[in-house]
Every structure is written in C-alpha cells, then in structure tokens.
Write a protein that binds this ligand. Structure first.
Ligand SMILES: *[C@@H]1O[C@H](CO)[C@@H](O)[C@H](O)[C@H]1NC(C)=O
Length: 283
C-alpha cells in the first residue's frame, strides 16, 4: 500500500514521458541517459528493481523535482501502460470516496470505471451489503428496494459510516409485455452529506420465458418473501440449464453485451448527474 500511495505523488519530467509513453505502438523504451544510471534499471525485476526502482530513481533526481505537479497525469499513463492492472489504484484518490454495496467484481469495477471516467479521480471500493428481499427480485419496486437495503444494511451494521456516499446495484426481472420478461439493473447513488439521491436503470436484457417459469416453479407457494420476488434466481436456472453460461453474466451469452458494460453505462450517467449536483469545491 505504501508503494501505491508513493506512486500517486511521484512525477516524471516531460522528456522521459514523451520518450516512454508516446512511442508509437505498444513497446515502451526508456531514455538513454548515460549520466543517470538509475533510469537504466531493467523492467520486471520486482519491487526493488523494475518499474518501482525506475520511478524511485527518477523521483530522486533534483532536476525532476522542479517539474512536480505538472506531469501527474502523464506519469499515470506511463505506469498504466506498463502495467494495466495498476490503473484502478493509480487513479484512485482525490476527494470522491464511494462504496459499492457488493464485493462482486462485475459491479465494483463497472462503477469504479464509470466514476473515474467522469471525475478523473475517485476512490471506489466494494463492501458486501445484504438485502432482506427475495434473491430474485421481481419488478422495479423490488429492484429499487433491494438496492436501497444493501446500503441501509451496511450503514446499520456500521460497516460504513451513516453518511458514507454509496452506490448500489440490484438486478431484477420484470414482465414488460405479456409473457415477455426482461432483466434490468437498478443503480442508485445515495450521498447523505450533500442530500443527493439518484436512480437509474440499465438497459433491459430479454429473458426467455421458460427460464422465468422454471424459477417460478422452484419457488414454494408459501414463500414468505414472495411479495418481492422468487427464491431461485434466473441466473441459477440458466447456469443449471446451459453449462457454458455463468450465473453472474449470462447477459453476454444472450446479447453479446456484458453485464459489466450495462452497469458501466448506467453508472456513468449517474456519475455525470452526481457531478452536476455536487458543490463546486469538490470537483
Ligand atoms: C441511465 O442509464 C442509461 C444507460 O443504461 C443511460 O443511457 C441514461 O442516460 C441514463 N439516464 C439517466 C437519467 O441517468
């Protein structure tokens, strides 16, 4: 963690950046500067050599210190070009601190990408929040309630502060036309500090009737959460019926569009609206 925080404040001089990041194609080359052996540290050698050593070495160069602050953006692009996996950490920080009420990567990564694209910097992390409704919510109201309950649960149990801004995603099914069912994601943002509450929905994914009927048939008649939905999710039914399909992202198998993309689009619009409503000082 220290190294990650350290990286956030390190900057490189422009000549190095240009030499590295703007090189055409994907190959990265470093400047040939015989008088500074530190920049010759070979890549991929672990925490002490490699990119870490390279960055620490360059940051220690007094000439480099004079260009502090100007090139933060560029250094981020160099680091993330070298190691795309660093992107979420490098771009985290700033004043925006959001919790996503799940530890499922499909949700957390989609929301993180969306808010970082809109705000540039945003710390977005996941906490597993539970809802007290049926595992397969049915209808818009149930989807909304499930999303809200995940936030309420985390606040009530003290996992997150009662004023912590949070984003919550809940997928539900809805019969939009007679015998035509769709899966839709409800995405909400709740920021008690600024009194901001926003809702949006993902695009709808058509769901073959037979799978909905199976989930309905597997739900006991006297199921106590029946008012909110079914005891078996359509994802579970699909996973059982179609071995090549995963319950968390059957959307991509059916439509060619992944669930992550759909959550991303809805969350990005939410982030845009949030940015407009926040007081200017936080931007
Ligand atoms: C809701 O999300 C969709 C993407 O699913 C987006 O196109 C739309 O602009 C969003 N609407 C609002 C009001 O944020």
């Amino acid at each position: 963690m220290f190294l990650i925080r350290f990286l956030c404040i390190v900057v490189l001089p422009n000549p190095v950046i240009q030499h590295g990041a703007s090189t055409a194609g994907s190959s990265i080359t470093f400047p040939e500067e015989p008088d500074d052996p530190r920049v010759h540290t070979p890549l991929n050698e672990g925490p002490t050599g490699g990119i870490w050593g390279f960055i620490k070495g360059v940051a220690g160069n007094p000439m480099v210190k004079s260009v502090l602050d100007k090139t933060k953006h560029s250094v981020e692009s160099v680091i993330t070009t070298l190691d795309p996996g660093m992107a979420p950490y490098i771009r985290s920080g700033g004043e925006l601190d959001l919790i996503v009420t799940s530890n499922k990567e499909v949700k957390v990564a989609a929301v993180r990408d969306a808010f970082q694209e809109v705000f540039g910097m945003a710390l977005v992390t996941g906490e597993d929040g539970q809802s007290n409704i049926a595992p397969q919510p049915v209808g818009y109201a149930a989807g909304l309630k499930g999303a809200q309950e995940r936030i309420d649960g985390l606040r009530r149990s003290g996992v997150i502060h009662e004023k912590q801004p949070a984003v919550s995603v809940e997928n539900f099914i809805a019969e939009l036309l007679p015998d035509k069912w769709f899966d839709i994601g409800c995405v909400i943002l709740d920021d008690p500090i600024h009194g901001i509450r926003l809702e949006n929905f993902t695009q709808a994914t058509p769901l073959p009737l037979e799978y909905v009927q199976q989930a309905q048939n597997l739900t006991p008649q006297d199921y106590n959460l029946r008012w909110s939905g079914l005891s078996v999710t359509v994802g579970e039914v699909l996973e059982r019926s179609l071995p090549q399909v995963s319950r968390t992202d059957w959307h991509v198998a059916f439509t060619g569009m992944s669930r992550r993309q759909m959550i991303f689009s809805a969350a990005k619009a939410l982030a845009g609206m949030y940015k407009q409503r926040l007081p200017p000082r936080i931007l």
